[in-house]
Ligand binder design. Structure first.
Ligand code: GLN
Length: 195
């Protein structure tokens, strides 16, 4: 069975765990670096990227995750997790620690204060024909992608909100907050192919 961790420093940890279990993976929580051993992949949940970044540093998880990204370890970053995986962050806080590794630029809090949260249906052909209901909470946007990045979903106006680059999968929204597990299943399949 595929062993997938959920970074459990902040955010929707239990919801991601449930989605992974529903997708046929064996989930476990990661709060310390030794809990990365034996994992085939990990999810970095939404929350606050500045806080998660500081906690990663405090719990000595930042470098182990950076090393794993470079070694091809599969990581799924949602919302704040996407910010942490981006090589370039617009409107980052001063000295905001990030993992990096994905050749994208993301803009934090891209929808501004008047529209901090919204829900919409997205077309995500990689997970099937049925639209994917997506919950955006103070969400970031992907504003630039490198040649090696595939955009998996856009808003109606064409702005990118989900993407993949080799072992890295990111989404601006919170797939763990609906009962549609297709994006988690996509990640589990991605991990299975590599483990
Ligand atoms: N705005 C948050 C940040 O910058 C992300 C929001 C979220 O993860 N729901 O980290």
């Amino acid at each position: 069975m595929t062993n997938i961790g959920v970074l459990a420093l902040q955010g929707d940890v239990a919801e991601h765990e449930a989605m992974l279990a529903a997708s046929g993976a064996n989930p476990s929580l990661v709060k310390r670096a030794d809990q990365l051993h034996g994992l085939d992949g990990i999810i970095i949940p939404g929350g606050e990227s500045t806080t998660i970044g500081k906690l990663l540093r405090r719990f000595d998880l930042l470098e182990p995750l950076q090393e794993r990204v470079r070694a091809g370890f599969p990581i799924f970053g949602t919302c704040a997790g996407m910010i942490l995986l981006a090589d370039h962050v617009e409107d980052a806080a001063t000295d905001q620690p990030t993992i990096g590794g994905m050749n994208i630029t993301v803009q934090r809090n891209a929808f501004g204060s008047q529209r901090e949260s919204f829900e919409t249906d997205l077309r995500v052909p990689s997970v099937g024909d049925q639209p994917l209901h997506a919950v955006f909470i103070r969400a970031p946007l992907i504003t630039q992608v490198g040649d090696d990045v595939t955009v998996l979903a856009t808003l109606a106006d064409g702005r990118a909100v989900a993407a993949q680059q080799d072992n890295l999968l990111v989404a601006s929204f919170h797939p763990e907050l609906t009962d549609d597990a297709r994006l988690h299943r996509y990640f589990v399949d991605m991990v299975s192919e590599r483990s």
